[in-house]
Design a protein. Structure first.
Length: 58
């Protein structure tokens, strides 16, 4: 399978993920912690602060 076909398949699968499935995937990938916050060891304090502020606005 060519890279283009794999990329297209991945993108089409992403369209059908629920919010919970996306969160679980990001936690498994060590991007988010169990609270839904960015992991401090991979993201700057500034990024984490901006994300928390954005989520509190909603």
């Amino acid at each position: 399978m060519q890279t283009v076909h794999v990329e297209t398949a991945v993108r089409s699968d992403a369209n059908f993920r629920t919010k919970e499935q996306r969160a679980k995937l990001l936690i498994k990938a060590n991007i988010l912690d169990n609270n839904g916050d960015y992991l401090e060891r991979f993201f700057s304090a500034e990024t984490i602060k901006k994300d928390k502020a954005r989520r509190q606005e909603k």
